[in-house]
Every structure is written in C-alpha cells, then in structure tokens.
Ligand binder design. Sequence first.
Ligand code: PEP
Ligand code: MN
Length: 336
Amino acid sequence: MIIQLKEGITQQELAALIILVKQSGYTAQAVSTARGSYLVCLGSLEFDIRKIGGQAGVKDVHRVSDSYKLVSRKWKQETTKIKAGHTIIGGQKPVIIAGPCAIESEMQITAIVTHLADMGIKMMRGGVFKPRSSPYAFQGLGVEGLKLFYKICRQQGISIISEVMDIGQIEQMYDYVDLFQVGARNTQNFNLLRALGEAQKPVLLKRGISGTIDELLQSAEYIFSSGNEDIILCERGIRSFEHAYRNTFDINAIPVLKQKSHLPVLADPSHGIGIREHVTAVALASIVAGADGVIYEVHPQPELARSDGQQTLNFEESAQLNQKLQALQQFIQAFN
Ligand code: PEP
Ligand code: MN
C-alpha cells in the first residue's frame, strides 16, 4: 500500500497515521522526494483502506500488490516525465541520445557534438569510467575526460549522460552530468543505488546482464525509496544461450515494463545486439514496441574506437538511423 501525504502534513498527523497503519498490521516506511512524500506500507492483512484515506494529512491511498511499490503503475497511471538537461524523457516524442561508448579525446568529442547538433540531438552519451571485462582494457579518461566532455557540450547546448560506477564518483561527476547512467554490471549494486537516491539528479538504470524484469524494478525502487523519483529504465539486452550476437535484446521487456511501471523506458540497441549492421533494426523495433526513446553508440571512426567499436555507428549510419526514426515517428502518429 502507498499512502501519498499532503505537503503540509504535521509531525503529529504523521505519527498518528503511522500508529494507525501499524495497528492495521502493516509496516510503514516514510519516503520523501523532490516531488512528494509517501508512506510505503507492507503487510498482508485485509482491511478497509478508506480508514486511511480519511486521515488528516493524507492526499491519497493505493493498494499495490507488486513486490516493488513506488515505481509501479498500479498507483500512478500516467508515465512520469523526466527532465534531464534540455531533454524531457517520457513525453509524447521519443528521445534520441547518442555518443561514443567512451570519451577518448577533444577531437572525438568535438566531431560527435557537431554531428549531434546537425541532427538536432540534445543529449550525448559517453563513458569516462568504463566497466571493462578485462582490467587491461581501456578504463576511460576519468574526471578530466568528463570535464572536457562537459566544456565542449555546454558550448553547443548539449546535455550529458555518463556512467557512474561507484559511490565516490557521484560527487566527482555531479556538476558535469545531467543524467547519471547505472550500467548493467551495477544494476544490483544497492549501495550505489541508495546513494543515487540521495543525489538530486536523474538516473538511467540499465537492466542487469542476467536481470529479470522484477529485479530491474526492485532496483529502481531502491533509488525511488531513497529519495529520487527521476528514474529512467533501460533495456540493453540480456545474456542468453544464443551466441550469434552479443546480447539478446528483449523486445518483450519494453511493453511489459511500460505496463508494470510508470517510469519511462529507453532502448539501447547497440549493447542490445552488439552488431553495427543491425543496430538500426533493433532501434526501430523498440520504438514500435513503445519505448520512450533510444540511446545508441556513434563514433567518427568506429573501427578505431577504444571500446565497443563493433556495435558503434559511423556518422552516415547514425544520420540514416535518425531519418528512419523520424519517418517511423510520423507513421506512428498517423496510425494512432
Ligand atoms: C555502455 O553504455 O557503454 C555500457 C557499458 O553499457 P552496459 O552497462 O549496458 O553494458
Ligand atoms: Mn559501450
């Protein structure tokens, strides 16, 4: 059960409400975010929730039977719109985010920023802390790379998403990113999720490499219940028995996540399939499936990229992908 609290609820009203909830056989955990205050109540006894609805300080009360509560669509029917930099994610229009797997140099950033600006793309991705399978592989340029990334993007009015790998990096990155990315390897790093819950910046949460839908939503619940509602879910493929491609992009996850949660859902076709030639097909399919946008990898010379070159588009391919996405969007609008 979720109890939405009125803005001006007094300490006495809150205390009385918690006593009532506990007397009804439920636990109560208070959650406060920039958007609202809630009591998340767990229990299994049947009781008339109108009893709660009539209490002083209560705005609304909802039964939510899912294992996750605050991220469930059961209490909030409209999709949450999230503002990250200059971009709104979860609105009518699908968003496009693009950039290299890793930030590599001033020349690389400048070339990509120019390409994105030409296409009207308002947010650039790029890792400076890279979670690599091998400790000998390129690990990213770190905070200095992020500052360079920030400086060039700000000049062009482009917002930034970059991956945070541990709690200590949140503060280091805070002033230079508009959206924190939690990568697939950290989806269940609960300490990191809690810390991001306390940071007042939106978070893009990727699905774990072998993570279920329920686990992804529970991870999102960690962030929300720690104080941050601005969460975007991201399907990026899961590990399966199939080895013909890097990951199995789970198209099913998109409509299912959209149904189960009010949070916006982005698709990452680059990691989802891991093969450059097929990134466009998966991107288009994900929009048809209902994704709120795509995030893909682009590089001036993918064959020279220091990570994930095999799944990274060059500028021509990226421009084609954008044209196709625009055409698809017009078709979808006419169709609806
Ligand atoms: C990335 O976005 O470059 C990345 C490492 O993604 P994932 O966490 O999905 O593997
Ligand atoms: Mn990558």
